[in-house]
Design a binder for this molecule. Structure first.
Ligand SMILES: [Zn+2]
Length: 310
């Protein structure tokens, strides 16, 4: 680009704005603060293709334009992110910004909407993105209800709604719950859900002997290969019991604390705000989110964030 003294440039003030835009790329100021010295040329001037080495791609900021923005948008689309358009536009606007922020969050990058070397590297990675991992919704304990029939009927409605929403719930029931006929294992499995042991009487397993732990984990009438220890209490003896029984030890990493008197909305909003791909969300059948409307709200909220539920 020819060097044009500012004073001469001002005499062109009557020319269409387009000319000014060509001479002074909008992103010039942004490029000056870009952390990567190798990419001093503004995004709008530099050209990119999928063959451009990751290290040579310019840092992109909101409102940048050009083929490098187009490439970034294509990479997001490839990973099933919604950029606010069905095809790359070359304009880094709000739809793309939301996708970049979500991508950065999902990949535990600094979520600042600035596509620098680290974000480019993860975008370019051919590894299965974390994004495709689903969120696992899990419910412990036992459905509530004034009678066992009421509890079981309400539970079955929830299980069917979940199936209709394409959700595969993981349910950790106690032997006491099954004894009281408050949960229908056969129906849950018929609806495609996974039913695991949550012990017979819900004790803290770390306080028991190996043989006591094994007796607690095995629920009469429940054939399964997975269990969740109450309170997540685990020690070496508990792990030995699991491995001797051939049970998978299932814990969680997102705790809704639904049992602390939270409302349905508080629980569902917490899940929507905090569940990221691959997370296992802990809830309880006898608290506020084990019903059709809560599951619908979670599904809708996570879908909006392009997060799948397993
Ligand atoms: Zn429990």
């Amino acid at each position: 680009m020819p060097h044009v003294p500012l004073r001469r440039l001002l005499t062109f003030a009557s020319l269409p704005f387009l000319l000014l835009a060509l001479l002074i790329p909008a992103s010039a100021a942004n490029a000056a603060v870009a952390p990567d010295a190798a990419v001093a040329v503004p995004a709008a001037v530099r050209s990119c293709s999928s063959a451009t080495p990751v290290a040579s791609r310019p840092t992109l900021n909101y409102k940048d334009t050009g083929s490098c923005v187009k490439l970034m948008q294509q990479l997001l689309l490839n990973k099933a992110y919604k950029i606010g358009a069905s095809a790359p536009t070359g304009n880094y606007l709000s739809g793309t910004k939301a996708a970049v922020l979500l991508f950065q969050k999902n990949n535990r990058l600094v979520a600042d909407a600035v596509v620098g070397p680290k974000t480019w590297a993860v975008l370019a990675s051919s590894k299965t993105p974390k994004f495709t991992s689903p969120v696992y919704l899990t419910f412990d304990d036992c459905p509530s209800g004034s009678t066992s029939t009421a509890a079981r009927t309400a539970s079955n409605t929830t299980l069917k709604t979940a199936r209709d929403l394409g959700m595969h719930l993981r349910l950790y029931v106690t032997g006491d719950c099954l004894k009281a006929k408050r949960f229908d294992v056969a129906y849950a499995r018929q609806m495609g859900h996974t039913v695991c042991s949550h012990t017979n009487t819900h004790p803290e397993l770390t306080k028991l002997t190996l043989s006591q732990i094994k007796a607690e984990l095995q629920i009469p009438g429940l054939t399964t290969n997975c269990a969740r220890p109450p309170y997540g209490a685990v020690n070496t003896t508990v792990r030995t019991a699991f491995s001797q029984l051939g049970y998978r030890l299932d814990l969680w990493n997102v705790d809704t604390n639904d049992w602390r008197g939270k409302t349905q909305t508080e629980v569902t909003n917490y899940v929507i705000a905090n569940a990221r791909p691959g997370d296992v969300v802990l809830m309880h059948m006898n608290h506020k989110a084990y019903n059709s409307s809560a599951l619908k709200a979670i599904k809708a909220g996570l879908s909006k964030k392009s997060v799948n539920i397993k």
